[in-house]
Design a protein around this ligand. Structure first.
Ligand code: ATP
Ligand code: MG
Length: 385
């Protein structure tokens, strides 16, 4: 019978929380495979997916590769833990003209042949049945694994497919992702979700300075992310008034600094309103004027009760782009619609603002009223794959 073996990694580290983590992971696997026919079984240290339609196998593997907390998987054959049945199965693996190595793991010591001995026997069988095959113990082109388990079953596989790793979604609370239309913020969301955070998202638009398409683009990005994170509630907030006011009343070079401070205030208030535990941004140190250490000190200063997570902080643009391509948000991100950050963009933004300077500029504004107004414009769009 064809099956898929799943391995999970870090859960072992979690001591008494392990059960909670495991149950979350299992739930997530089942959710991800919703709509597929399959059976799920848990054996010690392993999960086994079986009884699925064979023509769905690749699709199922693709879905499983989007589940955080899974470490690797293998398409395998399950047979009775019987010497002849295992041999029959190993015979079916094509090793012609390749080097190979057989690995036998005998969890069940009732199996009559010790692991090393059985591996040798199987190796000889492979040599006999595959022209041009040869054993290479150190760097084999093909690995043949035979896992003999306690359940009276043996699993035979020759390929291990790497999965995402990380922690099961939902095991690290909920965060609010500041989602622009750019390349970095979807990656930031993905990385936090990989550490087990469920996401909601916040987007500021500046209609009519930004277009309807710019907003649609962000909805598309949230949908693309939701392939990994499940449903994402996108909070859309109008920033037009805020930007007009700052533009009118504050020094040009502080436009971005003040704008970002107000974004952060709105974000924290939304966190409180919707019971979210952290603010997430796609900032990367030194990438632009608003992402210097000083700028982040000044924008972070207004957030009092929540941590700000910036998972891209130490990454080069190249590295961020690589992930964006892997998670397939890149093509949407590079669509050419403007972001509200580009509206009223000053020629010479301050690179090293201080909190004092920012506070002085804000004296020209009624910050609280602007935050309130922005919050009132909240529209919620539920984004699903
Ligand atoms: P990105 O590629 O994510 O747009 P960026 O390099 O363009 O990032 P900025 O425009 O300075 O950088 O934005 C920094 C971060 O601020 C973004 O990663 C995002 O988290 C947040 N952000 C910027 N613009 C918006 C917006 N319109 N709505 C929500 N969050 C935003
Ligand atoms: Mg941007």
């Amino acid at each position: 019978m064809k099956v898929i073996l799943l391995r999970f990694g870090e859960l072992y580290l979690k001591g008494h929380n392990r059960n909670v983590f495991e149950n979350t992971l299992i739930d997530n696997i089942k959710k991800m495979l919703q709509g597929e026919e399959f059976k799920f079984e848990k054996t010690f240290g392993r999960y086994v997916i079986s009884d699925y339609k064979e023509d769905r196998e690749n699709e199922i593997v693709k879905k499983l590769k989007k589940v955080f907390g899974l470490y690797s998987l293998s398409k395998a054959r399950e047979v009775e833990a019987d010497v002849n049945k295992i041999k029959e199965c190993v015979k079916g693996i094509d090793c012609k003209n390749t080097s190979f190595k057989v690995f036998v793991k005998r969890a069940d010591k009732n199996f009559p042949i010790p692991s090393m001995e059985f591996a040798k026997e199987l190796g000889e069988l492979v040599l006999e049945t595959n022209e041009g095959s040869f054993v290479d113990l150190y760097n084999p082109q093909k690995e043949i694994h035979v896992d003999i388990r306690f359940n009276g079953k043996a699993y035979i596989f020759s390929e291990t497919i790497k999965c995402l790793g990380g922690l099961p979604l939902g095991s690290s609370g909920k965060g609010l992702l500041l989602l622009s239309g750019g390349i970095d913020s979807p990656v930031a969301g993905f990385l936090m979700a990989k550490r087990g955070m469920t996401l909601e998202a916040l987007h500021f638009h500046s209609y009519p300075y930004t277009s309807e398409q710019a907003k649609e683009k962000v909805v598309t990005l949230a949908k693309e992310l939701s392939e990994y994170t499940g449903e994402i509630k996108l909070h859309v907030i109008s920033f037009t008034r805020v930007q007009e006011e700052i533009h009118k009343r504050c020094k040009d070079e502080f436009m971005i600094t003040i704008m970002r401070r107000i974004m952060m205030r709105v974000a924290e208030r939304l966190c409180e309103k919707h019971d979210l535990g952290a603010v997430i941004t796609g900032e990367s140190l030194g990438q632009v004027a608003s992402q210097t250490m000083q700028s982040m000190t000044v924008t972070g200063d207004v957030v009092k009760y929540k941590p700000i997570f910036r998972p891209c902080i130490a990454m080069d643009k190249e590295e961020i782009m690589k992930i964006a391509k892997e998670i397939e948000t890149y093509q949407t991100s590079i669509l050419p619609y403007e972001d509200c950050c580009t509206v009223f963009l000053p020629k010479n933004p301050v690179i090293k603002p201080t909190i004092k300077q920012a506070e002085r500029e804000e004296e020209y504004l009624n910050v609280e009223a602007l935050v309130e107004q922005a919050l009132e414009s909240e529209e919620i769009i539920v984004c699903n794959k």
